[in-house]
Design a protein around this ligand. Sequence first.
Ligand code: PLP
Length: 357
Amino acid sequence: MVKKYAVKKIGIIERYQEFLPVSEATPIISLNEGNTPLILAEALPAELGLKNVRIYYKFEGLNPTGSFKDRGMTMAISKAVEEGAQAVMCASTGNTSASAAAFASRCGLKCYVLIPEGKIAKGKLLQAYRYGAKVLMIKGNFDQALELVKQMTRDGRIKLVNSINPYRIEGQKTAAFEIVDDLGDAPEYHAIPVGNAGNITAYWKGYKEYKRAGKSEILPLMLGFQAAGSAPIVEGRPIEKPETIATAIRIGNPASWQGALQARDESGGLIEAVTDEEITRAYRFIAEREGVFAEPASAAAVAGVRKLAGRGFFKENTRIVITLTGSGLKDPDYALSFDDKIEIIEPELDRVKEAVH
Ligand SMILES: *Cc1c(COP(=O)(O)O)cnc(C)c1O
């Protein structure tokens, strides 16, 4: 007799198929994405002076390619195969290309990615290469790359897999389902970084659908955070030359702008900006004090929670979930850019003793 394993780790399509636009005819292209941990923050509430508030990190950096993009990509690629596509294309600040390339490689689709020159974290770039995508670096920014991809995919022969592909949002909403499944209800607050705004749109959709299905009683306030140099939604106008160290949210004209406004307004939440300095502080805090290494864009949401806590925004006896969108390993250059450099010493006991004092 073949021994059956009691626990089978499955991806988001199998787990949540009744909430997704899939059928018997949909081939499931999966890397066991999703099912990421909700990690209780130990140090942050005290640091922020929050009493009787539980903060959880939804750590999406533990997805197969190291970001939440895998949730949307398993859907987008599965549907592309179902529809007979031979190739997919995306514009990317990095993580979308890493994810698209991985899922495309898994099912033999060609994958083309357009990335902005010089402004992409090294880990993400090397993923796209190693998964076998054709990488094109354009002398321009993300918004220009996305415009070119839209034109290239207009006739439908190559499928666009950016988050304006509605299947991406469908897949990404499953993160909200997992949070409700873990907590037993939705949290009072959900904090999330906002770049192209697909993810905040997806979470809000997920929370609403789950509540409608009777899985939760409350809906969270959606709290979105942009980087101050790339904050089109906060400023109410597209930003022509977006700048921030958080390259994953360096976007001047978000494709899901309307979805973000809807999430904000329907939930009674807000979308605000945090500076690169605040992002960096949060980035270091969660790594150095919580043992959670996320990329700078993810830390924008932590910085945002700090900012709101500072003005007494959060009520007692509530829960805050912060989505940490990607792994800190994605951006080694930024991780090594601080002055706490590694000490190099002679291989002698005295030198080691000196150094540990
Ligand atoms: C894509 C991405 C974001 C931004 O998500 P949007 O859906 O574009 O708003 C934030 N953080 C990381 C790590 C990402 O990869």
